[in-house]
Ligand binder design. Structure first.
Ligand SMILES: Nc1ncnc2c1ncn2[C@@H]1O[C@H](COP(=O)(O)OP(=O)(O)OP(=O)(O)O)[C@@H](O)[C@H]1O
Length: 528
């Protein structure tokens, strides 16, 4: 431990019984985990007390997910012990962990849902034992129980839709609902808000507070310091697989950040940078973000990072997909470097120099068994093949450049992508589009699961890259947008309601604009 001063405090409005939060529910002792030559956890010891919400923090690759996988019975530890309510336990399956009341919502949303089943079936999967055939269990009954659960959690989800038809954030809500239906004693949440809008995140915080009142323990992993501050009674920091500090409320955020990174020098983000907008790269005239919405005009220039924000469902993705060739143009005309631009497909857009990193990393971009280098070549076949055959040397050297430039923590270009921590996968995916020259790079939610140090690296690279190309960054988190953007568009219900230089905005003003659904004006970006 670094020996931080420990002060006692209850997070705002929690009111959970202080006295019951002294006995440990889980005690982790000298836990270590190796993957070949990689040491993911080194002799980790701490406890999670009854009724407390404990924050688990650490940079990308620090070992958080590995620890969670051990606690959930998904992976065995190499050495060390885990005790539950004072008894040493070894879990060899998620079922065993769940029998002891330990339920986990994993970082990858789709680990928590079963495709091909409806929302109602997913919610009741474990509680009603739907994996076993039961002739007496009707869909009506499943649906009734699921609806009662949703009412209790104050969630609104379409019960009869197959989960694969839901948006990422709705699937996330289903997996959280499914976990809560199991009445856990310890709920582990691994970056639960990374795919949620701020309103959905508020609902989740309400659910966590409810668990606190009921004396249920929560292990809460997040890169967002404001969430740790708001929800957690204590926080433990992992760095390079070791526990390096423990913090109590009120959190000293500077000390926490320093402890996570081991060095504060690399965390200055882009706020307040000087920039000079250059030539127009892409010009939109009469374009719509959806069929029902009013058309608008927009110019995207070299020399500035254009941030696009709005709640989930505001129309950001619909707009950006039209630019990237994944969705046909609804209406209007687009020009790219002065010529008409009407991409017929993603490949056509890429050939014209417009590339997009999609929002849903796991579903749309990751092929788990492929190596990092193969992964980074997907969509760049023309650049890494010769006479139709993959050129392995070129593929590896490209991957090496991305790994070095974005400080991706990986055993090397041949490592399978699934051996990288979530945040390191994300850095590699962002980096793959910023090594070569493009006309326009679009990144949808690039900071998802990325730690504060890595965010600074990405922001710096984006600023540098924007000198040569137009860059659009979309995020539903106003703070993330302000960290990187020079100019910010706010979208509400498919319309652009504000278009301003970033230095004129702050996160409160942005959040207000994002939630202002009843605006009467059509667009803050004037038609010309
Ligand atoms: N299956 C695996 N094979 C090899 N190495 C692995 C494997 N899983 C994890 N690692 C390595 O263990 C270390 C810890 O990874 P882990 O996923 O626990 O980090 P994390 O703290 O959850 O990061 P993030 O914030 O990016 O999700 C990393 O160096 C990672 O590359």
């Amino acid at each position: 431990m670094d020996g931080e001063v420990i002060q006692h405090h209850t997070p705002g409005g929690l009111g959970a019984a202080e006295s019951s939060r002294t006995a440990p529910f889980v005690e982790i002792s000298q836990l270590s985990k190796r993957f070949g030559a990689t040491v993911a956890l080194r002799s980790v010891s701490f406890d999670i007390r009854k009724g407390e919400t404990l924050g688990l923090l650490g940079a990308n690759g620090a070992g958080k997910s590995t620890l969670i996988k051990i606690l959930s019975g998904l992976q065995p530890a190499t050495s060390g012990t885990v005790s539950v309510q004072g008894e040493g336990r070894e879990f060899t399956s998620p079922n065993q962990a769940q029998q002891l009341g330990i339920v986990t919502v994993h970082q990858n949303i789709d680990d928590g849902v079963v495709f091909g089943m409806t929302v109602a079936e997913n919610l009741m999967l474990d509680t009603l034992g739907l994996f076993q055939p039961n002739p007496f269990l009707t869909y009506r009954k499943i649906r009734r129980r699921a609806r009662a659960l949703l009412e209790e959690l104050e969630l609104e989800l379409p019960l009869d839709l197959p989960v694969e038809q839901l948006s990422a954030s709705d699937r996330q809500q289903v997996s959280i609902g499914r976990a809560l239906a199991k009445s856990p004693n310890l709920l582990i949440l691994d970056e639960p808000t990374s795919t949620l809008s701020s309103r959905e995140a508020e609902l989740l915080f309400g659910a966590v507070r409810d668990l606190q009142y009921r004396g249920i323990s929560v292990l809460y992993v997040s890169h967002r310091m404001s969430e740790i501050e708001e929800l957690c009674h204590r926080a433990v920091v992992l760095r390079n697989g070791s526990v390096v500090s423990e913090h109590q409320q009120p959190l000293d955020l500077r000390a926490v950040t320093q402890s996570i990174l081991g060095d504060l020098a690399s965390t200055s983000l882009g706020a307040g940078r000087q920039h000079a907008p250059g030539d127009v790269v892409m010009r939109l005239r009469g374009v719509r973000s959806g069929k029902e919405t009013a058309p608008f005009d927009l110019e995207v220039r070299r020399g500035e990072v254009l941030g696009v924000t709005g709640l989930v469902g505001a129309g950001k993705t619909e707009l950006l997909e039209q630019l990237a060739g994944t969705r046909p143009l609804e209406s209007g005309v687009i020009t790219l470097n002065g010529s008409e631009y009407k991409p017929k497909s993603v490949a056509d857009a890429i050939a014209k120099g417009v590339v997009m990193m999609p929002e849903e990393r796991a579903v749309q971009a990751i092929f788990p068994d492929e190596s990092v280098s193969r992964h980074l070549s997907i969509g760049r076949m023309g650049k890494v093949s010769r006479l139709g055959f993959m050129d392995r040397a070129r593929e590896r050297s490209f991957a090496e450049q991305v790994i070095a430039k974005f400080a991706v923590k990986a055993a090397g270009p041949d490592a399978a992508i699934e051996t990288l921590s979530g945040g390191n996968q994300q850095k590699a995916l962002v980096g793959r589009w910023l090594v070569e020259q493009q006309s326009l790079v679009i990144l949808d939610e690039p900071f998802r699961g990325v730690d504060i140090g890595a965010r600074a690296v990405i922001a710096t690279e984006l600023h540098e890259y924007s000198e040569r190309a137009a860059v659009i960054v979309a995020s539903s988190d106003p703070e993330e947008v302000l960290e990187v953007a020079d100019r910010v568009l706010v979208m509400v219900d498919g319309r652009i309601v504000s278009d301003s230089p970033a230095f004129e905005m702050n996160s409160e003003a942005l959040a207000d604009a994002m939630s202002e659904v009843q605006r009467t004006t059509t667009s803050g970006a004037p038609q010309s």
